[in-house]
Design a protein around this ligand. Structure first.
Ligand code: S3P
Length: 428
């Protein structure tokens, strides 16, 4: 287990960072590249541990994938060209890999077994398994398919209409991927709009998807064509430096080519509403929009974060909690019970770890209540194996008065292997 002594009491952050590729889009680019006919070239792919797990799984399914840093070539096999794996498919720490693969494997003509790490072993899977079973899927696992290891006996699927009980892009995407292989039409109704990278990618690969209000429909039996994909920088990774620049004195940080898909930009709205000095320069509006973001130090005030904003910033809540620690007043985050089933229970880990550093933060049933204005002090904290908790704590260190030791810091490699190098270049 790796341990880092964090850089604390920083007086200024200055510089420009090229943000590594979006994790959600990187996973999907491998999956769609594998399921398409012909070659897909991917630029700015995220070579983090989670996306490497997706590459490993598809290699075991007989797909030829050449990865060289952030460049990847996938030789597509089409929906019926995947091969039965001779080994278990290990998704590591990646919830997106396992949930989306369930949708893909459900419609194949072979059996496959999926496993993951200890965190994956505690994450709920029936939210995906149950709708897939309604489509005809044959999936078995611990507790009636709730937990790994899971065995998928691929079979013929039929389209369904399904109302999602939770706002989850992973569940939506798994059903869409099964729907593309099913007989007839599959329609999904979302309670709130979630990230739509899967829908955009179907269009980029020459397929069809329809959206009417909160309903998404796909026809089965489509074939997709290999293409070139540019993966914009991950706004969920950029968020750590946005918050760092806003809370550290005398700071100005520019983040290049950051994804600005409106289903992901809740963090920008939160920063603006809290009074942050933030500028957005739009570069591309087609496919996946992206642009440059500049953030400067600012005086921040508390707000309430709730409702349909939550899915648009779900992965940023740990670092938003830290932002609230630096803001004047009491910030309330609600409607975010989904945080309990992320890589860790993020309501509890955020509250526990920030409390250790002197923050006034209380967990609630569906969120957090944070009273800002209390200075952060030193201490020993842990990522608990959760990459976003680790990065949030490293950013907390910037404004801490004394030394902070971060244990289990290696978890950060899941989504941002260069995180500490980038942070060091900004510290002046
Ligand atoms: C993701 C969807 C979200 C998010 C996760 C990535 C995706 O999960 O938290 O980090 O790529 O579809 P849920 O679908 O469980 O909300």
């Amino acid at each position: 287990m790796d341990t880092q002594t964090l850089q604390t009491n920083i007086t200024s952050l200055k510089g420009t960072i090229s943000i590594p590729g979006d994790k959600s889009i990187s996973h999907r680019s491998i999956m769609f590249g594998a399921l398409a006919e012909g070659i897909t070239n991917i630029e700015n792919f995220l070579p983090g541990a989670d996306c490497i797990s997706t590459i490993d799984c598809f290699s075991k399914l007989g797909v030829s994938i050449q990865q060289n840093g952030d460049l990847v070539e996938v030789i597509g096999k089409g929906f019926s060209g995947l091969k039965a794996p001779s080994e278990v498919l290990d998704v590591g720490n990646s919830g997106t890999t396992i949930r989306l693969m369930l949708g893909i494997l459900a419609g194949q003509a072979f059996q496959a077994e999926l496993i993951g790490d200890d965190s994956i072993g505690k994450r709920p899977m029936t939210r995906v398994v149950n709708p897939l079973k309604q489509m005809g899927a044959d999936i078995e696992g611990r507790n009636n398919g709730e937990f790994t290891p899971l065995t998928v006996n691929g079979t013929e699927l039929k389209g369904i209409r399904y109302e999602l009980p939770v706002a989850s892009a992973q569940v939506k995407s798994a059903i869409i991927l099964a729907g593309l292989q099913a007989k007839g039409t599959t329609t999904i109704v979302e309670p709130e709009k979630t990230r739509d990278h899967t829908e955009r990618m179907i269009v980029q690969f020459g397929g069809k998807v329809e959206r009417k209000g909160n309903e998404i429909s796909v026809e089965g039996g489509q074939s997709l064509q290999g293409t070139s994909i540019y993966v914009p920088g991950d706004i969920s990774s950029a968020a750590f430096f946005m918050v760092a620049a806003a809370i550290t004195p005398n700071s100005e940080v520019k983040l290049l080519n950051v994804g600005l898909n409106p289903t992901r930009t809740g963090i920008i709205e939160v920063l603006q509403r809290m009074g942050a000095d933030i500028e957005i320069e739009h570069i591309n509006e087609k496919g996946e929009p992206y642009g440059h973001i500049t953030v400067r130090s600012s005086k921040l005030h508390a707000i309430t974060i709730e409702g349909d904003l939550i899915p648009r910033l779900i992965d940023e809540i740990p670092v938003i909690a830290l932002l609230a620690v630096s803001a004047e007043g009491t910030t309330v985050i609600k409607d975010a019970a989904e945080l309990k089933v992320k890589e860790t229970n993020r309501i509890d880990t955020v509250a526990d770890e920030l409390s250790r550093l002197g923050a006034k933060i209380k967990p609630t049933e569906d969120g957090l209540v944070i009273t800002g204005g209390t200075p952060i002090h030193g201490g020993e904290v842990s990522s608990h194996g959760d990459h976003r908790i680790g990065m949030m704590l490293a950013i907390a260190g910037l404004v801490a008065s004394d030394e902070i030791i971060l244990t289990d810091s290696k978890a950060i490699e899941v989504s941002y292997p260069q995180f500490f190098d980038h942070l060091t270049t900004l510290i002046k």
